[in-house]
Design a binder for this molecule. Structure first.
Ligand code: PEP
Ligand code: MG
Length: 554
């Protein structure tokens, strides 16, 4: 068979590294055949119910096998949708009215989907969870393969429209060489997963779904480029070079510093002590997302339980700083035990530190537990609050922490108002940590989960970089640390820009540390400052990336 003509597809590189192999596309949703008349209603009802049960069982099993607590939570919620008695009743009614099992499930799910979309906001986003349930149940009824990962029997580049959590939790980085999706953005589930697994990934890549299964291709997760129709020899060359890159990174150790020795702390983002790898590559913890411990809880965690959880993390880093973020509830991180009412516009509502307006006792209980964990472990934790917006909020938070003996108190900068008043926040606090995921969302008025708005959420946006520069300047003037703990910190090339802007630490998943360390080690502070200047003055994120990449290559 002749090789297809080589082509270049462009998207957003959101997980660095290169890979080459054959492309295989994720099995799509099952297509409904023409309706069939139902002869035996009871048997057809039983078939439909088995389909729903099979979807629920499969999702529950995947939830159990999920190491990541967020993924587990999403999968459990999906399994509950599949097992929902109302959904089942609606399916049964449709079969009783003459529909076959597959069409009954499809129509019942479509009806619920409409209802979710009508509510809008966060609830409407659950529609895609329902679609996944529908696809699995229909596939089970029709005896089709469950939609999901292909298994061609050799390592491959996974192409997909977008990746649902159910598709990705059990993804094996030894088999999936790279991820390329047509949709998705820099903070999408695909992006976070790819970085956590350390595999190259390109999202928002139009055309990838038209690439035939088995086509040889190379993926460049830094440049956001997919070359299709390459020959097998070229693919082998790319893989060899990628292996050499990986070996070089694996051998790089030690603290973060630029080529001329300017220190930049490389810290870890974790959700529990279990996320701290053996021989941890970081110099401490820059973001301990404490809410991950309590995401699936219906009752408030006890003082003892909280204390133990914080102590575990503090003891894992006896000689290094651990920055504990107080509970970040709301929007994409529901904490049922807080009993927060539904919000019309949850991302702009009572979330993060704002929960303390309603329930200050929850924040105080957390700070009490952290103070006790500090005493018990002999550590001196840093604590910061999410979604701080004003200097007044910062002062109140600092007072609550300091009366409990916590000496390093800071805030996340996730809201433009906080960035604009970074100097006033630092008058109250000891440090700032910039959460670029939310800072992008609020600066560009673009939902961080929204695949279609990926370009606005691109952390190379010059306006975002300008806010970061403002925070770093405030830090320099006050002589206090200002770090970045959003996903932007995990992009090796962007890391050089952030350091050039004056950021003093970068916090990321453990897998991302070696590539960022390597990028910093290859550039002097002067070069980082030049990268920052180029990115700040670029017209848009694409131009910023291109200018910095060119300067780095030179
Ligand atoms: C951020 O918003 O950048 C951040 C690090 O917090 P999270 O992703 O947990 O909201
Ligand atoms: Mg955030």
């Amino acid at each position: 068979m002749p090789e297809p003509a080589p082509g270049v597809l462009r998207g957003l590189g959101i997980s660095p590294g290169r890979a080459a192999g054959r492309v295989h596309t994720m099995a799509g949703p099952p297509l409904l055949p023409a309706p069939v008349p139902v002869a035996d209603t009871d048997a057809e009802t039983a078939r439909a119910v088995r389909g729903l049960e099979s979807a629920a069982g499969e999702l529950a099993a995947r939830a159990q096998g999920a190491a990541d607590p967020t993924a587990r939570e999403i999968l459990e919620a999906q399994a509950m949708i599949a097992a929902d008695p109302m959904l089942r009743e609606s399916v049964e009614q449709r079969v009783a009215a003459g529909s076959d099992a597959a069409h009954a499930i499809d129509a019942a799910c479509a009806e619920q989907r409409e209802a979710l979309l009508a509510v809008g906001g966060y609830i409407a986003e659950r529609a895609s969870d329902l679609d996944d349930v529908r696809n699995r149940a229909v596939a089970a009824v029709l005896g089709l393969p469950m939609p999901g990962l292909p298994s061609p029997g050799h390592p491959f580049i996974l192409a997909a429209g977008d990746l649902a959590p159910a598709d990705t939790v059990n993804l094996d980085p030894g088999v999936v060489l790279a991820l390329v999706t047509e949709k998705g953005g820099p903070t999408s589930h695909t992006a976070i997963l790819a970085r956590a697994l350390g595999i190259p990934a390109v999202v928002a890549c139009p055309g990838i779904l038209s690439v035939a299964d088995g086509t040889w291709a190379s993926v460049d997760g830094d440049a956001g480029e997919v070359r299709t129709g390459i020959d097998e020899r070229t693919a082998a060359d790319v893989e060899r070079a990628a292996r050499a890159d990986r070996d070089r990174l694996a051998s790089s150790t030690g603290p973060g510093r630029t080529a001329d020795g300017h220190p930049v702390k490389l810290l870890l983002n974790i959700g529990s002590a279990a996320d701290v790898p053996a021989g941890s590559p970081g110099e401490g913890v820059g973001l301990f997302r404490s809410e991950f411990l309590f995401l699936d809880r219906r009752t408030a965690p006890s003082h003892e339980e909280q204390t133990r959880a914080y102590e575990d993390v503090l003891r894992a880093f006896p000689d290094a700083a651990v920055v504990v973020r107080t509970l970040d509830a709301g929007t994409d991180k529901p904490l049922p035990f807080l009993g927060l009412p539904e919000e019309h516009n949850p991302a702009l509502g009572v979330r993060g530190l704002r929960v303390a307006r309603r329930s200050p006792e929850v924040l105080d209980a957390q700070l009490d537990a952290l103070a006790e964990a500090a005493r018990a472990s002999g550590a001196s934790p840093w604590v910061m609050a999410p979604m701080v917006t004003t200097a007044g909020e910062a002062a109140d938070f600092a007072r609550r922490a300091r009366v409990r003996g916590i000496t390093h108190v800071g805030a996340m900068v996730e809201v433009p108002a906080a960035a604009l008043h970074a100097d006033r926040l630092l008058a109250e606090l000891d440090f700032l940590s910039i959460g670029t995921n939310d800072l992008s969302q609020y600066t560009f008025a673009a939902d961080r989960q929204h695949g279609e708005l990926a370009d606005l959420l691109d952390p190379w946006q010059p306006a975002l970089l300008q806010l970061i520069e403002r925070c770093a300047e405030a830090g320099r003037a006050a002589g206090k640390p200002v770090g970045v703990c959003g996903e932007a910190a995990a992009d090796p090339l962007l890391a050089t820009v952030l350091v050039g802007l004056g950021v003093t630490s970068l916090s990321m998943s453990a897998r991302s540390v070696p590539a960022v360390r390597d990028a910093l080690a290859r550039h002097s502070l002067g070069q980082c400052r030049e990268h920052a200047r180029l990115a700040l003055t670029a017209a848009d994120p694409g131009a910023a990336r291109a200018a910095v990449r060119e300067a780095a290559a030179a």
